[in-house]
Design a protein around this ligand. Sequence first.
Ligand code: ATP
Ligand code: MG
Length: 286
Amino acid sequence: MNDFLRIAVQKSGRLSEKSLKIIRDCGIRFGSDARLLKEQAENFPLEFLYLRDDDIPRYVHDKVADIGIVGRNEYDEQGHELELLRDLGFSKCRLSIAVPNAMDYQGLHSLSGKRIATSYPGILKQKLEQAGVQAEIYELSGSVEIAPSIGVADAICDLVSTGATLVSNGLKEVETVYRSTAVMIGRSDLPPHKQEILKRLLLRIDAVMRADDYKYIMFNLPKEHLDKVSAIVGGMKSPTVTPLVDESWCAVQTVVKEERFWDVLEQLKALGAQGILVTAIEKMAN
Ligand code: ATP
Ligand code: MG
């Protein structure tokens, strides 16, 4: 019996670095020697398998690995029945349809009877069916963006993050088919001792992800405005308030959602807050 949890991560590619970082941020130590295909963590019952991202959903499904980190696009395309354990939020990209600049594109129906090259035939097929468009799907495993210029296809459906690759190949992005981020996937039939390890790992991952979403702020405030602070910072439990030597003032400490941070800062300034200090949070557990 293996008493460790086996995680499949991409060996080398767009997901690799961030997949390993999130695990390292969980306080788990390992070498991540790029020549290895398999290694064990030093201080947590976790074993890594370094694989091509395409193989990760199938390996988890076939019990070679227990969990894996992969783009949601790959997971959905392959359609294995697995549990989507967490959306990890990184490696954001979209699967888009792009056509040659010169094409007069009026909507998906412009692709009727055309040939579209893609590495994601399943996701594309679904989109075309929903739109009632009949087009030929031409499956390629890579270098999809050059298909139109070499006469292999009329259009492509490929992953895009900035769009620069499309532009440099004389293509224009005309339709977003799908949006993706990295996800952690797992089997639903893990034995109890592995479920236990997974629970411990997820607790850490949640703490790391939550910490990324928040900032810790400290500031001094005229006491008369204290009652307005909770409404401004929102969310979490009441702020911590400490008296100051000047009795008409107090010091306040609290956490603020990263996305609301600038808004909160402006509102606190408007209340007369001074000496505002802001720090990143390393971990945050509930
Ligand atoms: P492998 O050698 O492991 O098969 P790959 O070349 O198939 O690697 P990568 O290009 O490293 O795969 O992309 C892995 C994942 O990263 C994609 O499936 C997608 O979820 C995500 N990704 C993020 N941004 C982009 C982008 N601009 N282009 C392609 N994929 C992206
Ligand atoms: Mg791949």
